[in-house]
Design a protein around this ligand. Structure first.
Ligand SMILES: [Zn+2]
Length: 83
């Protein structure tokens, strides 16, 4: 069996570093959510429509998470910032 050449090893290491950086970013995002305001409302019934449950949604425009109603597709626009 032939060992990977140095170049390949370098590429693997940089790929792993990229993944690690992305994981770190996700962990930091999760920490920000946990310690942010309104997070304790996660899973509560929506106060606006009374039917949906509040859940984390990633805003499409900038990827920032907020609490949104699970009834969104049925027309409920309720949302809370958790930033
Ligand atoms: Zn709702």
């Amino acid at each position: 069996m032939e060992y990977a050449k140095n170049k390949d090893t370098g590429e693997i290491i940089s790929a792993v570093n990229d993944m690690t950086a992305q994981i770190d970013k996700k962990i930091n995002e999760a920490k920000n959510i946990i310690f942010s305001k309104n997070f304790d409302k996660l899973g509560e019934r929506c106060p606006e429509c009374g039917a949906g449950i509040l859940r984390i949604v990633n805003r499409r425009s900038d990827g920032h998470p907020f609490l949104g109603c699970s009834n969104y597709k049925q027309g409920c626009k309720y949302s809370l910032n958790i930033g």
